[in-house]
Design a binder for this molecule. Structure first.
Ligand SMILES: C[S@@+](CC[C@H](N)C(=O)[O-])C[C@H]1O[C@@H](n2cnc3c(N)ncnc32)[C@H](O)[C@@H]1O
Length: 266
């Protein structure tokens, strides 16, 4: 897990994000939650994919976003759902940035963030309506242990929405990719592997939903617009273009696909 946190760690992240707005001539006081979407939704399909995940959470009044990054999805969920939302993440710098950015956009009192591990949730048994896991499982070797934790903390009838990059065919992964600098931190699995791990934790699964086309459409729309003030390069540093092109080669060659699975506790 240290290697995973090292992959994502950087220093002065909030300062660098706000400085990027300065460089684009945007007043810091005018930055709202939507203006952060190009840097704080660190998953394929960005906001459009987040909307698909939100659709699976209708009616949830308590949500834990596991591996929340700098908090984009948690902030969006807090605005859209009438729910208590908490985000946890392994990477301390991401958690402090999530809190600082939430304060900056006036959402500091509506969503909470803490350092924590997906494998050891600091949450009471049966206390949550919903859990989200967005592009995190690629860093988790023991998915069955993680899903057993999900089952423990969900209430009966509760839902876990998993949206990860899943393997769709054989083919080697060239590193770095956005979730890993090397194979040491990378545990990409098939949708079948996820379903087996979820079912081993006694969670019932939906059919996997492939969000590849949504991702490609979103990237085309982004390319057609003027560049945003901030982007994932500000989050992940100068290697991000290489990480992203390695990932898109895998998506375009059918080795992996962004895939959503909804799991429910009976
Ligand atoms: C690709 S980022 C996705 C962030 C966020 N979910 C999003 O969609 O914007 C993966 C995140 O998972 C976190 N992570 C990886 N392994 C974790 C673990 N075992 N427990 C908690 N967080 C973890 C990383 O620190 C990183 O913030």
């Amino acid at each position: 897990m240290d290697a995973v946190a090292d992959h994502y760690a950087s220093s002065n992240l909030t300062g660098r994000i706000l400085a990027a707005f300065d460089d684009a001539g945007i007043e810091r006081g005018s930055i709202d939650a939507d203006a952060l979407a190009s840097v704080d939704e660190f998953h394929l399909g960005g906001r459009a994919a987040s909307e698909v995940v939100l659709d699976a959470l209708t009616g949830a009044t308590s949500l834990l976003d596991v591996g929340c990054g700098i908090g984009g999805f948690a902030r969006l969920a807090a605005r859209r759902l009438e729910a208590d939302v908490t985000g946890i993440d392994l990477t301390p710098e991401f958690v402090s940035t999530a809190s600082e950015l939430s304060d900056h956009v006036g959402l500091g009192s509506t969503v909470a963030f803490a350092v924590g591990s997906a494998l050891d949730l600091d949450v009471d048994d049966g206390s949550l309506d919903a859990i989200t896991l967005l592009h995190v499982g690629m860093n988790i070797a023991d998915k069955a242990a993680m899903f057993a934790e999900f089952k423990r903390v969900l209430r009966p009838g509760g839902t876990a929405v998993i949206y990860d990059i899943m393997r769709t065919s054989a083919g080697s992964i060239t590193y770095p990719v956005p979730w890993a600098s090397s194979a040491n931190e990378s545990f990409v699995d098939t949708a079948r592997g996820y379903i087996e791990a979820l079912e081993s934790a006694d969670l019932a699964c939906s059919e996997p939903v492939d969000l590849r086309q949504l991702t490609l459409d979103t990237l085309a729309a982004v390319a057609a617009r003027p560049p945003a003030a901030v982007n994932l390069g500000h989050l992940m540093g100068v290697n991000f273009p290489t990480m992203f092109s390695n990932l898109m080669r895998l998506v375009n060659s059918g080795v992996v696909a962004p895939t959503m699975i909804v799991a429910t506790k009976d």
